[in-house]
Structures are given as C-alpha cells and as structure tokens.
Ligand binder design. Structure first.
Ligand SMILES: [Fe+2]
Ligand SMILES: [Fe+2]
Length: 135
C-alpha cells in the first residue's frame, strides 16, 4: 500500500505546484518501497538524494513565486522549508555514514510533514497566488 496518495484535498489549483506535489508523493512512495524491499543504505541514499534535490527545487519554486508576487507570509513559510531541509540533510548524512537506517518512523515523519505542510501552509498561499495569475 502506498504511504501517501494524492487526492483533490491537496490541490492548490496552481498547476506547477500541484504537479510538483504529486511528484514528491510519488518519490516518497518510491523511498518507502525501497525500504520495504530491504534495500541497503547505499540504494536508499541514492533515492533519498533524488528526493532531497527535488524537494529543494520545489521549495525554491514556491519561494520564487512568493518573491515575484509579494506574498506577505513568505518569511515564515520559508522558515518551515529551511527547517525540514536541515533535518533531512542531517538524516541523509547519517544514512551515508552508516549511523542509522531508514525506518517506518522516518517515513511517517516525512509523510506527516508533507501532508501537514501542503494542507496547512501551502494551501494558505493558493488564493493569493491564483489571484496573481500564477500557474
Ligand atoms: Fe509545497
Ligand atoms: Fe511550501
């Protein structure tokens, strides 16, 4: 069973954002599949690298839209991005050093973060950015 499934409740109505969120969900599911298949840290680290890079790209895309359109809550939103990025980079370093393994607890943390961030924080900018014509 997939860790996380896209449904319309996640939709912001901004196509570029929704497509990136779908991709992030897909990548999280791929990471979970690799863990459940018992893949080693090296393979996990590779998949995690892809997820980290795509996450950073996605955060930058949102933040660029905030800057372009003058979104008032940009700073607090970016702080959430930065905190997560820091946590994931630290975890990634531990995986690479063989100090820890990917676990269900970590997967659930990532899923809950993405779920709560999209529904709580990303959804807040949707009406504003849509009003500015962001696509
Ligand atoms: Fe997002
Ligand atoms: Fe965000």
């Amino acid at each position: 069973m997939a860790l996380m499934t896209w449904t319309d409740k996640y939709a912001t109505g901004i196509a570029s954002i929704d497509n990136q969120h779908k991709k992030l969900i897909e990548m999280l599911n791929n990471l979970q599949d690799a863990m459940l298949a018992g893949q080693g840290n090296e393979a996990i680290a590779k998949i995690l690298d892809g997820l980290v890079q795509y996450t950073v790209t996605h955060f930058a895309h949102e933040e660029k839209l905030f800057a372009t359109h003058g979104y008032a809550e940009a700073a607090s939103h970016k702080a959430e991005h930065d905190k997560l990025a820091k946590q994931v980079l630290e975890f990634q370093a531990q995986i690479k050093a063989g100090k820890t393994k990917l676990s269900a607890a970590v997967m659930n943390f990532l899923r809950d973060w993405l779920n709560n961030h999209i529904l709580g924080t990303d959804k807040k900018y949707a009406p504003f950015l849509k009003g500015k014509g962001a696509v």
